[in-house]
Design a protein around this ligand. Structure first.
Ligand code: PNS
Length: 163
């Protein structure tokens, strides 16, 4: 990457990735030269998929966006940004209720290393969507095809023991 390249990071748990996330990655990829999707190793969250599985699902589902890269990280997101030469975090905001905590994180990340945060309003098609909700619907046999790519659907069904 050229030194003046504009590099952004989209951090999150992505347990698993949904169309809501993919919409934000695609839009971030239009705005920046390179976009790193960074999966946080969060020991305090009880995840359904391992970090490696989440990274693999992200790689498969973003394969059509050439300037998106996938990685995982431990520790502070601002350190991940620094390591990859990124000056900006890109986050999707679904509703005003998301904004409260996102604003605190943005201010902390700016304070820590001067990393800016750019908020992209979630496509209204996905404004109610979350990984937790997709997992819950899948668990009880509901149709999640409007909300997650086929590979995610089949991994969820496999993991949750539905058919
Ligand atoms: O998908 P999530 O779980 O809402 O994502 C939260 C995430 C991973 C973006 C946030 O917890 C984070 O950035 N964690 C890394 C640790 C860190 O840098 N904390 C201080 C700034 S908030």
């Amino acid at each position: 990457m050229k030194p003046e390249a504009r590099i952004a990071v989209c951090p999150g748990s992505f347990d698993p990735v949904t169309y809501g996330h993919l919409d934000i990655f695609g839009r971030a990829a239009q705005l920046y030269d390179e976009v790193w999707v960074a999966v946080f190793h969060n020991a305090s969250k009880n995840a359904l998929f391992s970090v490696e599985e989440r990274v693999e699902l992200l790689r498969e589902t973003t394969a059509d966006i050439p300037n998106v890269r996938i990685a995982s990280f431990r520790g502070l997101v601002v350190d991940f940004c620094q390591k990859h030469g990124a000056g900006v975090l890109v986050k999707g905001v679904r509703a005003v209720s998301d904004f409260d905590y996102e604003l605190q994180m943005a201010q902390m990340n700016y304070g820590l290393r001067g990393i800016e945060t750019v908020f992209i309003p979630t496509n209204p098609l996905y404004s109610f969507l979350s990984s937790s909700m997709v997992k819950d619907v899948a668990k009880w046999g509901g149709d999640i095809s409007p909300y997650a790519p086929e590979i995610v659907q089949s991994r969820l069904i496999e993991r949750l023991g539905q058919d």
